[in-house]
Design a protein around this ligand. Structure first.
Ligand SMILES: Nc1ncnc2c1ncn2[C@@H]1O[C@H](COP(=O)(O)OP(=O)(O)OP(=O)(O)O)[C@@H](O)[C@H]1O
Length: 249
């Protein structure tokens, strides 16, 4: 199925002070694709990811979402257009209940997309929160403070928070980081089960998770893209093999 480009990253550079860590990167995501960003430590994956989310400014280049340039927009404005993200470490409010965190998330990124007037919004919001909690099997813990739950549950909550606004583009920053092998499997299952109309871009260190989930993979080294392709093409790519296995292989 030919799909249109939903996210167009064109010639993007990012620098901290005078140090350029992303150098002229171009990347186009098709609507509905699941795209993994791989690379060695310090390759610039998180910086590029943060540039797309609107958390670091671009030194050069432009980013368009659904044909509209978003390079100058703040993170919350991008969220309102339908871009949601998760973080490597949880940003939820640990002393607040799971339900309260969901509400905050819905208000923060999704409320304009509910499409009804403020005075009548509350029941619709609660229904949306209930649906999300149910879908993630979190109803039983909905009244518990997030900080009292296990690390795995907290990561689930974070993903649920990102999804509650029904984003078109989901940015996942190392979704499997710190998880047990069992929790990783469950996460992969959950991500695989998401509706195909959600486009996904994720930074992931776990090659197995990345290659299993992704339709296409981009590999970065030293701030530049060295390969983009299907998981099979990436596995067979000599430069990628050299990066991950060393020159002798
Ligand atoms: N806020 C910052 N200020 C200065 N330098 C930074 C900052 N954030 C990252 N860097 C540097 O930019 C380079 C790219 O880092 P980045 O985190 O984007 O890479 P990465 O590919 O995500 O690495 P990792 O896999 O280790 O998370 C690194 O050399 C890092 O030390």
């Amino acid at each position: 199925m030919a799909s249109e480009t939903i996210l167009d990253v064109a010639g993007v550079s990012i620098q901290y002070g005078v140090i350029r860590v992303v150098n002229g990167v171009s990347l186009a995501l098709r609507s509905g694709e699941r795209h993994a960003l791989l690379g060695t430590n310090g390759a610039g994956k998180t910086s590029l990811f943060n540039g797309i989310a609107g958390e670091v400014p671009l030194a050069a280049g432009r980013i368009s979402f659904r044909g509209r340039e978003i390079s100058g927009l703040k993170a919350y404005q991008r969220a309102r257009l339908g871009i949601a993200r998760t973080f490597q470490t949880s940003l939820s409010f640990g002393d607040r209940s799971v339900r309260e965190n969901m509400r905050v998330s819905l208000l923060g990124n999704g409320s304009p997309r509910i499409g009804i007037r403020p005075w009548s919004r509350m029941p619709a919001m609660e229904r949306r929160v209930d649906d999300a909690l149910q879908a993630f099997g979190l109803m039983e813990v909905s009244a518990q403070p997030v900080g009292e739950l296990s690390y795995g549950q907290q990561r689930e909550i974070e993903l649920c928070m990102a999804l509650i606004g029904k984003p078109d583009l989901l940015l996942l920053d190392e979704p499997a980081a710190g998880m047990s092998p069992q929790a990783r499997k469950e996460l992969v299952r959950r991500l695989e089960a998401l509706p195909r109309d959600i486009t996904m871009l994720f930074v992931e260190h776990d090659m197995d998770v990345a290659l299993r989930l992704a339709d296409r993979v981009t590999v970065m080294r030293d701030g530049e893209i060295v390969a983009t392709g299907t998981p099979d093409a990436i596995r067979a790519n000599p430069v990628v093999k050299e990066i991950y296995l060393g020159k002798s292989h």
